[in-house]
Design a protein around this ligand. Structure first.
Ligand code: BMA
Length: 374
């Protein structure tokens, strides 16, 4: 009897090991592993709220210490902070939206110290044409793969990315964990790594090369890899360019609402996409996230509780992030923002959304130490 019990115990514990939430990078730092596991636990009951470029600028202001449109609205900061590395590949001082990388680093350190989560995307310029991320005229991914004419240049770009990521350190000099989301919205046709110019095989290959290079050559062990797609109707489409369980930690997608009349379509699409993403994430024992969303300029005064919440409430996702509050953009002569600011049409509803115990901002999150295992 004892023997049987013992066997049972061994069987159960090895079963648990197989299914433990493990990062793809076995050499990830302790804090990175802890963050991944803690996000898993939290995601069963809470969803973290995130905002792109939150501390850098908002509608009508730029670079004011401590300021944030979210903070002005609900007296709390987001739980997740999104940043973008576009232009770091040219060693520029500022990113594609004008955020100085030195400031970005400080914002990241501050947020991390308060217990928040950092996610980083990379709107890299086109290495083949020197155009922007949106320059899709050429077969660029093929050109940066090993043996491609721009492969060496792409490696230099990854070197520059890694210098920045490695410079993100806490007060003790330890690297800050980052949810890294390169080559995002892969099913779109607007980026050079998108579906019009990149085959699924090429996408998988560049992803795997990038992970391998940053992890094994540059020894970056503070990254959690976020796979991000869009425009998919079923599991096969979601997985068409999926590079493999051994190089992905978070399954995610982006989806925006367009037009007041787009409400129903948005809710239905997001629910369907969350059905697919969360099912696959559970099967693969990985995290899921709604990595980018929003309704530009939020003209619907009850968008937060009337649209976003109904769309996400039934799903165990780790976070939902809304895009940046650029304010007035001279280039388009239009306003461009996705989070409310004080007095904005949806600010009152956002306060209601904030009261929802299942949506966590920075204050609640800081009661947990995500970067430590118990
Ligand atoms: C887009 C817009 C652009 C911006 C880009 C990268 O959605 O916000 O203005 O340059 O994201 O942040």
């Amino acid at each position: 009897m004892k023997k049987i019990l013992l066997l049972l115990l061994i069987a159960t514990s090895s079963h648990c090991q197989v299914y433990a939430q493990e990062l793809s990078n076995k050499n990830a730092t302790k804090a990175t592993k802890a963050l991944y596991q803690n996000l898993h636990k939290l995601s069963k009951k809470q969803v973290l709220f995130g905002h792109q470029d939150d501390l850098a600028y908002g509608v009508g202001w730029k670079y004011e210490p401590g300021k944030s449109d979210i903070k002005e609205t609900v007296n709390d900061y987001p739980a997740v902070y999104g940043w973008d590395l576009g232009k770091i590949e040219h060693q520029r001082e500022k990113n594609l939206d004008g955020v100085p990388f030195d400031k970005m680093r400080e914002y990241i350190k501050t947020a991390h110290q308060k217990g928040a989560v950092i996610t980083i995307s990379w709107h890299a310029d086109n290495p083949l044409t020197n155009g922007s991320s949106w320059d899709t005229a050429h077969h660029t991914v093929k050109s940066i793969l090993p043996n491609g004419e721009k492969h060496e240049i792409f490696k230099t770009w990854l070197d520059r990315v890694s210098v920045f990521l490695q410079s993100l350190k806490n007060a003790k000099g330890e690297e800050i964990p980052v949810l890294f989301r390169p080559f995002h919205e892969l099913k779109g046709k607007w980026f050079w790594w998108g579906r019009n110019t990149t085959s699924p095989e090429e996408y998988k290959a560049i992803w795997r090369f990038t992970v391998n290079y940053l992890q094994n050559q540059k020894k970056l062990n503070n990254l959690i890899w976020v796979y991000n797609t869009n425009e998919f109707d079923n599991e096969n489409e979601f997985l068409e360019s999926y590079p493999g369980d051994d190089v992905v930690d978070v399954l995610s997608f982006d989806q925006y609402q367009y037009g007041i009349e787009g409400k129903k379509k948005f809710i239905n699409t997001v629910k369907k996409q969350l059905d697919i993403t969360t099912k696959l994430a559970t099967e693969k024992n990985k995290l899921s996230a709604f990595a980018e969303t929003g309704f530009e300029n939020i003209p619907d005064p009850s968008w937060w509780t009337g649209t976003l919440w109904p769309a996400i409430k039934d799903y165990p996702i780790s976070y939902v992030l809304v895009w940046r509050n650029a304010g007035y953009m001279p280039s388009t002569k239009k306003m461009h923002y996705y989070a409310p600011y004080k007095g904005q049409a949806s600010a009152k509803d956002f306060k209601k959304f904030y009261q929802n115990k299942k949506v966590w901002f920075e204050k609640m999150l800081s009661t947990k130490n995500l970067y430590q295992t118990k």
